[in-house]
Design a protein around this ligand. Structure first.
Ligand SMILES: Nc1nc2c(ncn2[C@@H]2O[C@H](COP(=O)(O)OP(=O)(O)OP(=O)(O)O)[C@@H](O)[C@H]2O)c(=O)[nH]1
Ligand SMILES: [Mg+2]
Ligand SMILES: [Zn+2]
Length: 303
């Protein structure tokens, strides 16, 4: 019985079932068996994938084709039979990293690691400094203010008062965005305020600072008004920098890429070699010392 296919986008995936948004509505689908044949080293279908589906008489659907991805946010998962590529999000246009100015205190070395991951996966990154009500704009700019100098835009927001949310919305419209950041920084709160009606679970203040699991655990794309989708991505903390050569790291720090060619040794590790242009720039104050610390930490991790 040949059925007509129609295009759609996977907006949710759970236990082998995919929720697909099509023009005609939402369809719960499974992956057509023949797509699973042969060897595969990563997720065949993931949230964000553009697909072709057919609908069955019982009202469910079947994914017939997964279109090639134009980008993806991937986590490598070591398994006994080899490293498996887990696709956290297919086809993102950008990643938005949300950190709080306080409660929890921003861990900028973690932000730097996220930025390197975005660079490595060729995804434009935007930084959101949320909870500015807790510290004031001036202190917030003390914390995050140098990032624009190295090419990362910073938006200052407050999910409580709505400050900065109009600008954030502008950056989200028409794009597919991965929203990431530590637990408790207000990712779900921001989405709820931008898009009333989503009703995402937000942690109670009393539990907000307990370490452990994210309140948000299901991977899902939310359509936003005016077009586009946002994915609230829990658990990026465990996203390791995989398969990266130490020298490659230079290329993922935008403020270092133009400098390294001026180091005296072309295999300079920028730690303590004589004639190191990176160290000279740190000492002269043109490279942020915290970023240099992040560089050394990451470099030690991939060596
Ligand atoms: N003062 C203040 N509190 C905020 C702001 N945004 C969020 N919160 C509070 O911060 C706590 C955590 O918010 P969530 O939205 O659940 O944080 P999340 O980033 O989604 O956390 P996970 O789902 O665990 O990753 C809640 O108590 C919110 O009310 C803000 O701009 N200012
Ligand atoms: Mg959340
Ligand atoms: Zn050097």
């Amino acid at each position: 019985m040949p059925a007509e296919t129609c295009p759609g986008i996977i907006i949710r995936s759970q236990s082998g079932f995919f929720t697909v948004q099509t023009e005609g509505g939402i369809l719960t689908c499974h992956l057509r068996g023949r797509l699973k044949q042969g060897k595969h080293v990563g997720d065949l279908a993931a949230v964000g994938d553009r697909v072709q589906v057919t609908s069955q008489l019982d009202g469910t659907g079947s994914i017939e084709v997964v279109e090639p991805r134009r980008s993806s946010l991937v986590r490598l998962d070591p398994r006994p039979q080899g490293v498996y590529q887990q696709v956290l999000l297919a086809n993102p246009d950008q990643v938005v990293f949300v950190f709080a100015c306080a409660q929890p205190a921003p861990h900028l070395r973690m932000l730097d690691r996220f930025l390197v991951i975005a660079e490595k996966q060729h995804l434009p990154a935007l930084i959101v400094a949320n909870k500015i009500d807790l510290v004031g704009k001036a202190k917030a700019e003390d914390l995050f203010g140098f990032y624009p100098n190295i090419g990362y835009r910073v938006l200052y927001t407050c999910a409580r008062t709505g400050e900065g949310l109009e600008e954030l919305s502008k950056h989200l419209v028409g794009k597919e965005t991965a929203l990431a950041g530590p637990s408790g920084v207000g990712k779900s709160s921001l989405l709820n305020t931008i898009q009333p009606g989503l009703g995402l679970a937000v942690r109670e203040i009393s539990e907000a600072f307990q370490k452990g699991r994210h309140t948000t655990t299901v991977r899902q794309l939310f359509p936003i008004q005016g077009g586009g989708y946002v994915a609230d991505m829990p658990g990026l903390r465990s996203l390791a920098l995989w398969d990266t050569d130490p020298e490659e790291l230079d290329g993922y720090f935008p403020e270092l890429t133009g400098l390294v060619q001026h180091c005296q040794f072309n295999d300079c590790t920028h730690k303590n070699e004589p004639g190191c242009a990176v160290r000279a720039a740190v000492e002269a104050g043109s490279v942020n010392p915290g970023r240099y610390e992040s560089y050394l930490k990451l470099r030690a991790g991939v060596e």
